[in-house]
Design a protein around this ligand. Structure first.
Ligand code: BGC
Length: 451
């Protein structure tokens, strides 16, 4: 029917050339049998392996063509109607996800695709393949990842223009000097002793410069997992005490400069089993409010992110025995306890909660265990239907299948937590793909994955 319609157009409109796709029409992709060239003034542009499209312009932007082998599509997690995104760095009140589609990380999609090819069980493979369509966050865990951000912004901008639905990109800012001061597995590329603060500022500057080029793409960022939580509870660790001033200066630099680029931000706030202990709540709230105040109380600093890369339930059916003694034994209880304290200090913060690997509960020996916990399953899918006015979205911050830390004791980043009996072994370096772990996340997913 479509081709008949096009043929009729060719007869009445000489400007339409037979065999050429029109502006914004499909012009390629896996299984595509239609025209592969575009009308004058447009260029066939690869958006993902399954879909190429005639976009206005004569040259293919290099940032778009460079991802021809990986998938970059989008997914909506919001059931709320569009409120008319501004697409400008002007902050809007309310939930940043409302009215936007989440741009899917092409990097994670390619990791998942490679993983699926290694799975021989066809049911498991089909289930695993669906994970590529669930939005995660892109971790900018070193300066080498920044060019990817440029590519994604360009792709997201093009997709937003071609579909008419604006795109939201989810990133994690994660490159502090002397990173992961109380553990070792995620030690980063910068050290305070070796120009770390200036290097970090340069890392932020590069990110900001890219984001400013694409004001039509909304960016949501989680700011520096574990950093401020370590300053609340781990100042007895020498490396954390020595990093305190630099962490605060760098986080302030990130918050103020990313706000200048219109980025919506959630500062990492550990999890229920860390800052959710009653004795930690007030010091944590004080530090977060201070950091928010020092950053000028920007409305773009929406609030806090909890449970990032952890395993806690949002609503536990019953307390996991390892949580004994803490009345805030799940993330909802933690947030309900923390939010009013922040409010008392003047900050109406809202939250996002990572549930990527929280599908299965009661699997840890101790609440503090965090490394590649055996038996974990993918959890509640990202949604803005959170059941709480404090929580903007349930999200998947940790890209499930990427490792938490190596179990190889001779590695410089070896952390003994990754050799505990509840940690799956052998495990590769943090951030690299851990196939066996991914497969169990899929098979143990809760809710289960229908393929
Ligand atoms: C690693 C990072 C990685 C992130 C997400 C962290 O534990 O240190 O390199 O990007 O997890 O997988």
């Amino acid at each position: 029917m479509k081709s008949a319609f096009l043929a009729a157009l060719v007869t009445v409109l000489p400007a339409y050339v037979a065999g050429q796709a029109q502006e914004y029409d499909q012009c390629g992709g896996t299984g595509w049998a239609g025209p592969t060239s575009c009308v004058s003034g447009t260029t066939c542009t690869v958006l993902n392996p399954y879909y190429s499209q005639c976009l206005p312009g004569t040259a293919v932007p290099s940032s778009v063509s460079s991802v021809s082998s990986i998938s970059s599509h989008s997914s909506s997690v919001s059931s709320a109607p569009s409120t008319g995104p501004t697409g400008t760095p002007t902050p809007t009140a309310g939930n940043p996800w409302t009215g936007y589609e989440i741009f899917l990380s092409p990097y994670y999609a390619s990791e998942v695709q490679a993983a699926v090819e290694q799975i021989s069980d066809s049911t498991l493979a089909a289930q695993a393949a669906t994970i590529a369509n669930i939005p995660t966050f892109t971790w900018l865990d070193s300066t080498s990842k920044i060019p990817d951000l440029g590519t994604y912004l360009a792709n997201a901008s093009a997709l937003g223009k071609s579909t008419g639905t604006k795109q939201l990109l989810q990133i994690v800012i994660y490159d502090l000097p002397d990173r992961d001061c109380a553990a070792k597995a995620s030690n980063g590329e910068f050290t305070i002793a070796d120009n770390g603060q200036a290097n970090y500022e340069n890392y932020i500057d590069q990110i900001v410069a890219l984001i400013k080029q694409y004001p039509d793409v909304r960016v949501v960022a989680v700011i520096e997992p574990d950093s401020l939580a370590n300053l609340v509870t781990n100042l007895s660790v020498q490396e954390c005490a020595e990093a305190q001033t630099t962490y605060l200066a760098c986080v302030n630099y990130a918050l103020t400069n990313l706000a200048g680029a219109g980025v919506y931000m959630y500062i990492d706030a550990g999890h229920a089993g860390w800052l959710g202990w009653p004795a930690n709540l007030s010091p944590a709230a004080q530090l977060f409010t201070q950091v928010w105040t020092n950053a000028g109380k920007s409305p773009l600093i929406k609030g806090l992110a909890t449970d990032v890369a952890n395993y806690n339930a949002l609503n536990a059916a019953s307390p996991d025995p390892i949580t004994q003694g803490n009345p805030n034994y799940d993330e909802m209880l933690y947030i309900n306890a923390l939010a009013p304290v922040l409010q008392q200090q003047g900050w109406d913060a809202t939250f996002i909660v990572d549930q990527a690997r929280s599908g299965v509960q009661n699997i840890r020996n101790q609440w503090g265990d965090w490394c590649n916990i055996k038996g974990a399953g993918f959890g509640t899918r990202p949604t803005t239907n959170t059941g709480s006015s404090f929580i903007d979205s349930i999200v998947w911050v940790k890209p499930g299948g990427e490792c938490d830390g190596t179990s190889n004791s001779s590695s410089p980043r070896y952390d003994s937590t990754c050799s505990l009996s509840d940690a799956l072994q052998p495990a590769p370096e943090a951030g690299t793909w851990f196939q066996a772990y991914f497969e169990t996340l899929v098979s143990a997913a809760n809710p289960p994955i229908s393929a």
